[in-house]
Design a binder for this molecule. Structure first.
Ligand code: UDP
Ligand code: MG
Length: 329
């Protein structure tokens, strides 16, 4: 650990940090008041035993809800302006964008760290004790990792597992299996603010920031009220977004398939030569089959090559930071 880091950690361990709890909400009228109640009790306890600063806040982000979610947030804010904050997005921009908006607001309001969690209390609120302890010990990012997915359906558990495997296989980052339940320090939020892409996949970006991280295991419960805002259709598109935001490997598959097709053409050509002059063949089939596979293969390889360039343009267009300097001497 560098001297600067050691000093930082000592300072962190000694003071009570300002922690922001960031909760994206989309049509959450049914359970929001209860969530606020549970979190408020938790935050009060943490403030009373000086684990966190009294300037800590619970920040709700209304992701363009169509029900009375914003009214509840306003009511909570009026009941305790210091504790409850709110951000209202003009339209529904999706969980990831809502979360980003909340994290950037927390950063702008001067938090020492922000903890993101779902508004349905599926994430065990008591895990934050360990989050904060790890932060005070010097970790910049703490992931809340689901120890058992017993409460999830067989389908959700297995599709999620398959997704993380494919994601890694695609050459993208290894990501801990966490549902965006994590703590990020102010410094990590600064680094995150450098990512300007519109198609956000935070679970993929956060591990690439290159900070000291740790994991806290917790058991993920069931949604306390209302219905999931992630139906199968949204889940699939989220998974595809995750993969395509980080990997252009699917484009290489086209080149691979084209090369395979050319190989088939060559094999076919050899077979045609071997069958020359035999009576069971129909006139013209050989040249037809060979050219079919060859042209098919050439077209796919050309598409793949164009795809590689498009992939490069796509990655460049994100304007992601090339690196993050950790220390300079
Ligand atoms: N959410 C959001 N915008 C959306 C969909 C969901 O802000 O377009 C919020 C939602 O209110 C919840 C969190 O994202 O706080 C996770 O959604 P949900 O619990 O429905 O997902 P699941 O746990 O079923 O995957
Ligand atoms: Mg949920």
């Amino acid at each position: 650990m560098s001297v600067a880091n050691a000093v930082n950690t000592d300072k962190r361990a000694a003071s009570s940090p300002i922690i922001y709890f960031v909760l994206p909400c989309y049509n959450e009228t049914e359970g929001l008041a209860h969530t606020a109640d549970v979190l408020c009790t938790k935050v009060d306890t943490l403030i009373n035993n000086s684990t966190i600063s009294s300037k800590s806040r619970i920040l709700f982000v209304d992701d363009g809800s169509k029900d009375g979610t914003w009214k509840i947030i306003q009511r909570l804010h009026n009941s305790n302006e210091q504790l409850f904050g709110g951000v209202k997005l003009a339209h529904n921009r999706g969980h990831q964008n809502a979360l980003f908006a909340g994290l950037m607001t927390a950063r702008a309001q001067g938090c020492d760290a922000a903890i993101s969690m779902d508004a349905d209390l599926q994430d065990d609120v008591n895990a934050v004790d360990e989050f904060i302890a790890n932060f005070r010990n010097g970790d910049e990012i703490v992931y809340g990792v689901r120890s058992a997915r017993k409460k999830d359906t067989w389908f959700k558990r297995n599709t999620a597992e398959a997704f993380y495997k494919i994601f890694e296989w695609m050459g993208a980052e290894t990501i801990p299996d966490h549902a965006d339940y994590r703590l990020m320090s102010h410094e990590a939020l600064d680094a995150l603010s450098e990512y300007h892409e519109v198609n956000l996949f935070l679970r993929g970006i956060v591990p690439t920031l290159g900070y000291n991280t740790s994991k806290v295991y917790y058991e993920r419960g069931e949604r306390e009220a209302g219905e999931s805002k992630y139906p199968l259709k949204k889940m699939i598109s989220f998974a595809l977004q995750g993969i395509t935001s980080f990997s252009t490997k699917p484009l290489s598959f086209v080149t691979g398939a084209g090369l395979l097709s050319i190989l088939v053409a060559i094999a076919m050509f050899i077979y045609v030569l071997a069958s020359l002059g035999q009576s069971h063949t129909v006139a013209g089939w050989g040249s037809l089959m060979c050219s079919l596979w060859l042209i098919g293969g050439l077209i796919m390889v050309s598409l793949g090559i164009v795809g590689e360039y498009v992939g490069k343009i796509y990655m460049e267009s994100k304007h992601r930071p090339r690196y993050r300097i950790e220390t300079t001497l």
